[in-house]
Ligand binder design. Structure first.
Ligand SMILES: Nc1ncnc2c1ncn2[C@@H]1O[C@H](COP(=O)(O)OP(=O)(O)OP(=O)(O)O)[C@@H](O)[C@H]1O
Ligand SMILES: [Mg+2]
Length: 412
């Protein structure tokens, strides 16, 4: 049995709440006792365990520690001046970091039934009586250290699972969009090819008829003839536009180009704008300020996806009327793509959260909350960074930075 020494002497380093090494990877145990000698004793008992013991000499100091630290278990003295252990436990429960922490009360006096009820009511998981039995204290604390480690593992596995799920959903979304686009482009291409070729044939035929010395077009037929020729030229122009569109759709889908290669960024941007064309209108100005070289080595389909996600957000943000500026530049070998809109910006309190998978402020069915988190992981796969800025003047600017010599594997 260990007898706590009741002493006036203060433990070194314990007078101002606690000493705590923020870099330590070990789980932390908080010991709260107004008498430093008692805390020292508990520290000695816990020494063999893989944990860091943090000591606080009052309830106030313990509560202040909760603001910057997380603990696997608390060991609280019940009798303390100012704030006793029960009150401290009750107040700790109101703190986000203290609401679930296991609390063990250490007490020299056997509490009454009421005291025990008050202790458990204030969130205790156990009582230990002084003089403390070192083996019992160690065993109980060890159980909570293991529980804490298990919870941490579970939490990080859950986070990984959520991120993997987000990647899968977005990949599936993009794969089906890509397939659809490629399928449509292919289906349009064949009839388009013969329509274009027939228009050319008809034009030549008409030119031959017109140029032939045997042809006389009566004055009454002349306006119709002219009209037919003009309309045919317009049909040709219309078909040309469809051909360009199909080309851009194919650039966008790039299903066969899931590998690392050199692409034209302006072509990528054009193909994405083409895909989003139905959501653009005359009251949305899209400006391009491209000052970087056009070619970039990247995963083309992923780059398209990243640009698409950011542009789609900009279109959503400006809500039908406004300006989007797409800029490219290079800074010290890094390729910079910036997309800025003059929408309402992202509220300060949400900025930390918008990169989280499934975080959305859009109505159900309008957004999955995956766009930015996927863009972020795409940029990271390229070894780059993503930055969101909301200048005081308003709007949002998203900057993707892709280093010149990005990693070639898809790991990460
Ligand atoms: N340019 C922007 N201006 C204002 N808010 C933005 C902008 N871009 C993103 N946001 C905010 O960030 C949130 C998350 O964006 P994210 O692209 O990840 O998901 P989403 O657009 O809601 O859904 P989706 O999965 O369809 O992209 C949005 O719901 C929106 O609140
Ligand atoms: Mg989005």
């Amino acid at each position: 049995m260990l007898e706590p020494r009741e002493t006036d002497g203060r433990m070194q380093g314990a007078d101002d709440s606690a000493t705590s090494d923020c870099q330590s990877p070990l789980p932390k145990v908080l010991v709260v006792d107004d008498l430093p000698a008692n805390s020292k004793l508990v520290e000695g008992v816990l020494e063999p365990l893989a944990c860091e013991v943090v000591v606080a000499t009052s309830g106030q100091r313990a509560l202040a520690l909760l603001d910057c630290d997380e603990f696997a278990v608390w060991l609280l003295d019940v009798q303390m001046p100012e704030m006793d252990g029960y009150e401290l436990a009750r107040r700790a429960r109101e703190h986000p970091r203290g609401k679930d922490v296991p609390i063990i009360f250490l007490t020299a006096m056997r509490p009454s039934v009421e005291g025990v009820h008050r202790g458990y009511g204030s969130g205790a998981v156990d009582f230990l009586f002084k003089p403390l039995d070192a083996t019992v204290v160690r065993s109980k604390v060890q159980v909570f250290l293991e529980l804490y480690a298990g919870q941490r593992r579970l939490a990080s596995a859950y986070e990984e699972l959520k991120a993997a799920q987000a990647r899968l959903v977005q990949a599936a979304k993009m794969a089906s969009l890509g397939e659809l686009v490629a399928g449509i482009a292919h289906e349009i291409n064949n009839p388009l090819a013969f329509a274009l070729s027939h228009v050319e044939t008809v034009k030549k035929c008409l030119q031959r008829v017109e140029g032939s010395p045997d042809t006389t077009i009566s004055p009454s037929a002349e306006p119709d003839w002219q009209r037919a020729c003009a309309r045919l030229a317009e049909v040709g122009m219309g078909l040309e536009r469809i051909r360009e569109l199909v080309l851009k759709l194919r650039v966008f889908s790039r299903l066969d180009e899931g590998e690392w290669k050199v692409v034209s960024v302006s072509e990528s941007v054009d193909s994405v704008l083409m895909i989003l064309g139905h959501r653009l209108s005359a009251s949305i100005a899209v400006e391009r300020e491209f000052s970087a070289p056009d070619l970039l080595e990247c995963y083309p389909s992923l780059l398209n996806q990243a640009i698409l996600n950011v542009l789609a957000n900009a279109i959503d943000a400006i809500d039908g009327r406004g300006k989007i500026v797409i800029r490219t530049s290079t800074v010290a070998g890094t390729y910079v793509i910036q997309i800025a809109d003059d929408g309402p910006g992202i509220p300060r309190e949400l900025r930390e959260r918008v990169l989280e998978p499934f975080f959305t402020t859009k109505a159900p069915g309008q957004g999955t909350g995956l766009g930015l988190s996927i863009t972020y992981s795409i940029v990271r796969k390229h070894g780059g960074t993503l930055e969101l800025e909301c200048p005081p003047a308003g709007g949002t600017s998203v900057t993707l930075r892709i280093p010149g010599s990005a990693p070639r594997s898809l790991a990460g």
